[in-house]
Design a protein around this ligand. Structure first.
Ligand SMILES: [Zn+2]
Length: 238
């Protein structure tokens, strides 16, 4: 099933297919060998993240930074295992930090019947994480030329995309999925779906040559044009 444990996106930037291409994590390696890991998939994905690290010839002690796009169990589920293996804390946008340290998903969209139902049923948890650093919009995390925090709330209050200008890779997070084509994230999993559709427009303003989705394969053929076409044909929701 798992073919390639690490897919090259750019020199020293990899996508880690964690549940096929449907759930992805990411690795970035600095010139001095330090590795940043972004998103750890579902609970069973932690071991796959560590295997991908080994596949690029790095080890747990090379990992100096762990980051999450947001506090959902299909991104943070494998995080506790990776934290245990590397001894590192997490960086996440400040508005999702409390959810990450509680091991709880942010509330779902209560304008949707399914969102209300899912919150009543509970679940959506993951092992609590230690947050060592919280991010704000526009902050540049000082790593490998800098990773810019692009706060794109809606899917969750602290959802962030990450732009690595040096490689031209944009990690979209769950702002937009690329599952059988570009599409919005599943409405009922969003805290505020309408807000997601508005903030996703930030992705059309940035400069990048690869769009790396947390859900679905990456795009490297004029990805910004493809995202712009998607946004133009999928109007924002009020
Ligand atoms: Zn999510």
């Amino acid at each position: 099933m798992a073919k390639n444990p690490a897919v090259v996106l750019a020199p020293n930037v990899w996508r880690i297919p964690l549940v096929g291409d449907f759930v992805n994590g990411f690795m970035l390696r600095d010139d001095d060998g330090q590795v940043t890991l972004i998103d750890m998939g579902v609970k069973q994905s932690g071991a796959k993240v560590m295997a991908a690290l080994a596949a690029i010839g790095s080890g747990p002690s090379d990992v100096t930074r762990l980051m999450l796009t947001h506090a959902h169990p299909d991104h943070a589920g494998g995080a506790a295992h990776v934290a245990e293996q590397t001894g590192r804390d997490f960086g996440i946008h400040e508005a999702d930090a409390g959810f990450a340290s509680a091991g709880a998903s942010p509330p779902r969209d209560h304008t949707l019947r399914l969102g209300r139902l899912m919150d009543r049923m509970g679940g959506g948890g993951f092992a609590p994480l230690t947050v060592g650093e919280t991010f704000t919009d526009g902050q540049v995390v000082p790593f490998a030329g800098g990773i810019e925090v692009v706060h794109t709330p809606g899917h969750s209050p602290g959802h962030a995309a990450y732009l690595h200008r040096a490689s031209g890779v944009l990690i979209t997070g769950d702002s937009i999925f690329n599952v059988r084509g570009l599409r919005w994230p599943i409405k009922a999993f969003c805290t505020n779906f309408a807000m997601t559709t508005r903030t996703a427009h930030r992705l059309s303003e940035l400069e990048y040559t690869t769009a790396a989705f947390t859900h679905g394969p990456h795009l490297s053929e004029q990805p910004r044009d493809q995202i712009r076409r998607f946004l133009a044909s999928h109007p924002t929701v009020d």
